[in-house]
Write a protein that binds this ligand. Structure first.
Ligand code: SF4
Length: 156
C-alpha cells in the first residue's frame, strides 16, 4: 500500500535495525533450514514473506531483495523497474514521469538511505540486474543460504 510503503521509508532506520537482527537469526538457523529442506520451506516462507513485505513495502517478490540497499524503498515499484535509479524523468516535485501521482521510488530510496547507517553506503553500490528466474521466490531463504556459505578464497 502506497501510504504504508512511504511510512516504511520514513522509518528506514528502525527498519534497518530490525532487519539486521532478523537476518542474523535467519542465517544462524541455516542448519535447521537445511535439515527441514530449503525446497520444502520455499512455498510457506515465500507466502509469509509476500504478505509481510507486500504490506510494508509493496514488495513484488523479485526473489533478490535490495530493500536494505535502497533506503527501504522497493525499486520494483519503479514503473521502469530500474535497479539503479533514478531515471532522468523525475519531476520537479519529486514525482514519477510515468506515474505522476506517485513519488519517484528512487527519490524515496535516497531519502530513506539518508536515515540509515549501512544503507547510506549501500545505496551507492551498483546493483546487479534482476534475475527474473527468481521471481516469486523467498529472499529470506536466499539470504540464509547465501550468507551461511563459507566464502571461497580463490588462490592465484
Ligand atoms: S521517475 Fe523514478 S519511479 Fe519513475 S520511472 Fe523514473 S526512476 Fe522509476
Amino acid at each position: 500500500m502506497y501510504a504504508v510503503r512511504r511510512w516504511s521509508v520514513r522509518h528506514a532506520h528502525g527498519m534497518e535495525i530490525f532487519y539486521q537482527a532478523f537476518e542474523r537469526v535467519v542465517v544462524a538457523l541455516h542448519p535447521l533450514w537445511r535439515r527441514i529442506g530449503y525446497d520444502r520451506l520455499e512455498k510457506p516462507v515465500a507466502a509469509v514473506e509476500k504478505v509481510v513485505k507486500g504490506f510494508l513495502f509493496d514488495c513484488q517478490m523479485c526473489g533478490q531483495c535490495a530493500l536494505s540497499s535502497t533506503g527501504m524503498s522497493c525499486s520494483m515499484n519503479c514503473p521502469k523497474t530500474l535497479r539503479n535509479g533514478p531515471c532522468g524523468g523525475v519531476r520537479p516535485n519529486g514525482h514519477c514521469e510515468v506515474k505522476p501521482d506517485m513519488r519517484c521510488v528512487w527519490v524515496e530510496a535516497f531519502e530513506g538511505s539518508e536515515r540509515m547507517v549501512e544503507g547510506k553506503k549501500a545505496i551507492r553500490i551498483v546493483q546487479i540486474a534482476v534475475d527474473r528466474r527468481l521471481q516469486g521466490r523467498s529472499s529470506w531463504l536466499k539470504v540464509a543460504r547465501d550468507k551461511s556459505q563459507p566464502i571461497e578464497v580463490v588462490k592465484s
